[in-house]
Design a protein around this ligand. Sequence first.
Ligand SMILES: [Zn+2]
Length: 69
Amino acid sequence: MKQITARRAYTCDSCKTQIDKGQKYVRTSVGVKATSWTVDDRPKHEIPAWAWETVRLPVINCVTCSEVS
Ligand SMILES: [Zn+2]
């Protein structure tokens, strides 16, 4: 995976380690459902259309975590 040099400090989304400015990190994204409601659990009133779409969430990982996964 492509490593990016941090232009500011980040926090690794996996291990919560601080990634200092100038260190390498890896940016990926995960697709998650905008809602995690179950059928029985969901609100009975209006459900916005976006609630059923898959959204891409940006994920910042330190180099160590990016090599594990
Ligand atoms: Zn990490």
